[in-house]
Write a protein that binds this ligand. Sequence first.
Ligand SMILES: CC(C)(COP(=O)(O)OP(=O)(O)OC[C@H]1O[C@@H](n2cnc3c(N)ncnc32)[C@H](O)[C@@H]1OP(=O)(O)O)[C@@H](O)C(=O)NCCC(=O)NCCS
Length: 291
Amino acid sequence: MSESVLSRQFALRPLLREDTPALLRLWNRACLFDPCSLDLLEQKIWGDPDADQQTSLAYGQGRLEGFVMALRRPNGVNYLKALMVDPEQRRSGLGTALLESARRALPQGPLRVCESAPDYVVPGVDVRYTPAICFLEKHGFKRVGECYNLLCDLNQNFLEEPRTGVRRALPSDFDTVMSFLEKHWKAWQYEVGKMFENDPISLHLGFEGDRLMGFSGYDGNTRGQGCFGPMGTDPEARGTGLGGVLLKRCLADLKAQGHPEAVIPWVGPYAFYSKQCGARIERVFWRYELV
Ligand SMILES: CC(C)(COP(=O)(O)OP(=O)(O)OC[C@H]1O[C@@H](n2cnc3c(N)ncnc32)[C@H](O)[C@@H]1OP(=O)(O)O)[C@@H](O)C(=O)NCCC(=O)NCCS
């Protein structure tokens, strides 16, 4: 049976606010490695600034059997932010119908899986979702990379290393931080901007004189889950120990919030985190794209 015929078998409809409890049940049945709470669901589904009714589709009345959330970010890339089918409904073409319907409603352009920064759930497909990997490859998605979530045990002392010029951000630092990011990491402006809404501001800064040289933050992309990052230091400040100090200020904050562990998502430089705070690789994600 062709994919378009499969798509027509299912009466998909836009996700509604009142679906929230049913979506939470579906999510926790379908996505075993990403347990979700009502608060997280609110943030990720209803709080996403680019969410689009045409591409947030559900199947089922009362009890939801399937859900897809796809969207177009201002960077011109389409993302499949979430796709899930109830385990009892799998291999009946529903996943294909959800994917195809969302794709048809999206503007032209490449489609990446998860990694929908600045507001994302996971940075790729956790390799343990083997059915999803088979599903995506069947639909022509190509693997374009790999990344990791690290886990850091917070049951350790993050000694306040005295360092001149390192302090928590103040509301008046907002413009300086945004200009710094504009120059080095524009893609992080939204996430770091969100940190200014937290109380206390969940961002630490490192200055040399008046010049901002680095930052590290938490509770930006995902609040209340013990999530560190992002962080960055100016190329001129690398190798001076600034990054380690900034990192530990944030980890001390997350520990004080009561989290036993911190998640360091979407990493790259695991050697830095392993050395600084004993973080270990916890999850491996494959990144996929359909061109
Ligand atoms: C990925 C997922 C949405 C697929 O939903 P689905 O309704 O089972 O998908 P379909 O029935 O349309 O499957 C289409 C094809 O994908 C492939 N596929 C799907 N599940 C598979 C599996 N367990 N093993 C091998 N291939 C599989 C097959 O080629 C299948 O065609 P076939 O059944 O004719 O062989 C579902 O497995 C799921 O919800 N997984 C958990 C959440 C998740 O991992 N989401 C993806 C992250 S974005």
